[in-house]
Design a protein around this ligand. Structure first.
Ligand SMILES: Cc1cc2nc3c(=O)[nH]c(=O)nc-3n(C[C@H](O)[C@H](O)[C@H](O)COP(=O)(O)OP(=O)(O)OC[C@H]3O[C@@H](n4cnc5c(N)ncnc54)[C@H](O)[C@@H]3O)c2cc1C
Length: 535
């Protein structure tokens, strides 16, 4: 008998899970609240421009290749070399990336430099993972820090080897499983905050920022994320940074196509109102005592859909705090929803402007740091105030792919980290003010000369979009904040501890947020489901 699965949400983690379950032979339906796929990776098409709303920095292309290489009955869940020969970075240097299965669906290209990081004084650091070029940049900024870079590099490599290559797919379901790896992590210095490691390795404030900002792209505060996040430096260095031609949205569409080829389906405008749970007698469960098993879901329209298992790709707090009847869920979920630290949020401005013929002095990915680093992070994550100054990530994909804008134009987005909605800020007032300030900054500081005159389109989202449209608790942009006490065993488990047949996947679950992590999350979840079905 074919088993049926419902996946709530079509984020990258939801789609990756749906693909994996389809390859395992389940009949899969993805239910998506929005009118299109992708979740945070949704595509906005406005005034002839194509804007990726969220992720733009694609790393670990062989995770993507794994998904496109799936076939019915070929799930590769246990094969460490599936699909074969895709784990080197030869393809990065040759200008192709993604692998043969991927290239049948979408074209991935490597981006160099990975990032240009601008400092307040106008100087910059081009980071591209090449050790010689990296040393040359360090020498230009702070020659005394060359030895510190070697120390950082050695540490990051050791953390990457153990934390990513060896432990990346561990599903931490017991305290014991976490305690077993703790001594190693302590030995590798992977537990104390990343910024503290950067401070020890570098004297220059600029370099401390360069070698600690990356966790911000997955919602982590460099001052608080454990040092294990130094692995991002190595992940990027090892496999590069990639861009999907047509934008991340082209990758999302390709994953949907692959899902349909594998027999799965996706329904849009299908908001789930509840996850339905039955007791040992097959009646609607009314208590957290005794056996509880998932039966399916009920949509906001009232339609009831049955399934053998349900995977939620929606925000953890939304899943346990809203979709599951409080009478049947374990109390620790209520405590976690109330007490957990949510990641920061973001304001993202999507804008189109005329190309005036003069080449833009920008790269595809630009990090523009403001005058304060540690203090600004503390304002965002701890004080939860909107500071006068800001840092931003400016993305100009038309430098790589002009098809994203009408001829003679550029499409860009700029992302400004801000506190989540625990701040009490009124974004209907603060949003437009911040947008005007940021666009003016880009013009007056010379990043995009005459932007005011050249601007032909703009729109933006604030934490309210994440809270009300994507159902993310307090408008978090990246799920639960990646701090030590919300990592591994302490992060929500991919197999529900209290309801049989219920699973979670995505940024709110293990191992965490970011596109490679949610793809790993999908594999962890698929393995748990496979094991449960075999049992
Ligand atoms: C602006 C921004 C930029 C980012 N940039 C990068 C980057 O460059 N690189 C990187 O690696 N990561 C980046 N990230 C992080 C990355 O995008 C996310 O970690 C990842 O995409 C989250 O995927 P997910 O599987 O958790 O699902 P999500 O994208 O969170 O999708 C969840 C889906 O569930 C749906 N849903 C919610 N409730 C319901 C319901 N009741 N019924 C039906 N559907 C429901 C939502 O509509 C949504 O589609 C960025 C994030 C943001 C916000």
């Amino acid at each position: 008998m074919t088993r049926t699965a419902i996946v709530i949400g079509s984020g990258l983690g939801g789609l990756a899970t749906a693909l994996r379950l389809s390859a395992m032979g389940l009949r899969v339906t993805v239910l998506e609240k929005l009118d299109g796929p992708g979740g945070r990776a949704y595509t906005r098409r406005e005034a002839g421009f194509t804007f990726d709303m969220g992720p733009t920095v694609l790393t670990v292309p062989h995770f993507i290749e794994e998904l496109f290489a799936l076939e019915k009955g070929v799930h590769g869940l246990d094969d460490p070399d599936f699909p074969p020969h895709t784990r080197t970075n030869e393809r990065i240097t040759s200008g192709i990336s993604g692998g043969p299965a991927t290239s049948r669906y979408v074209e991935l290209v490597p981006i160099l430099p990975f990032y240009r990081i601008y400092f307040e004084d106008g100087s910059y650091f081009d980071y591209d993972g090449d050790p010689e070029r990296t040393r040359a940049q360090i020498e230009r900024i702070s020659p005394r820090d060359l030895a510190g870079y070697e120390r950082f590099h050695t540490k990051a490599k050791a953390i990457f080897d153990r934390g990513f290559l060896e432990l990346g797919y561990t599903h931490f379901t017991t305290v014991g499983s976490m305690l077993a790896v703790l001594p190693d992590l302590l030995k590798l210095d992977a537990v104390r905050p990343l910024f503290s490691i950067a401070r020890d390795c570098f004297e220059s404030d600029k370099l401390r920022a360069v070698f600690s900002f990356e966790p911000l792209l997955v919602g982590g505060n460099p001052l608080a994320v454990p040092g294990i996040y130094a692995m991002i430096h190595f992940v990027e260095k090892t496999w590069g940074i990639h861009f999907a031609k047509g934008g991340t949205g082209a990758l999302v569409s390709a994953l949907v196509k692959k899902l349909e080829e594998l027999g799965g389906s996706i329904r849009y405008g299908a908001e789930v109102r509840s996850i339905d749970v039955i007791d040992g007698r097959g009646l609607p469960a009314r208590s957290r005592l005794g056996r509880r098993r998932v039966r399916g879901v009920t949509l906001a329209s009232g339609e009831v859909l049955a399934a053998d298992l349900v995977v939620s790709n929606a925000d953890y707090a939304h899943t346990y705090g809203t979709l599951i009847d409080p009478r049947v869920r374990l109390a620790h979920h209520d405590a976690r929803v109330a007490l957990a630290r949510q990641s920061m949020s973001v304001v993202v401005i999507y804008f189109g402007f005329r190309d005036d013929g003069a080449p833009l002095d920008l790269q595809h990915h630009n990090i523009i740091l403001g005058p304060r680093y540690e203090e600004l992070l503390t304002d965002i994550f701890d004080r939860k105030i909107l500071a006068e100054d800001f840092s931003q990530y400016l993305h100009v994909p038309t430098l790589t792919d002009p098809s994203l804008a009408p001829p003679g134009h550029h499409a860009a987005y700029t992302l400004i980290p801000v506190p989540h909605n625990g701040s009490g800020l009124d974004w209907s007032i603060e949003g437009p003010k911040l947008v005007a300030k940021v666009l003016c900054f880009l013009e007056t500081r010379g990043y995009i000369p005459d932007l005011g005159k050249r601007l032909v389109h703009q729109s933006f989202v604030t934490p309210d979009y994440f809270e009300h449209t994507l159902n993310s608790h307090l408008g978090n942009a990246f799920g639960l904040e990646p701090v030590l006490w919300q990592s591994a065993f302490f992060r929500p488990h991919n197999r529900s501890e209290d309801i049989e047949g219920l699973y979670g996947v995505g940024a709110g679950y293990q191992p965490g947020g970011g596109t490679p992590s949610v793809m790993m999350s999908a594999k962890i979840t698929a393995r748990a489901i496979r094991d449960d079905l075999e049992r």
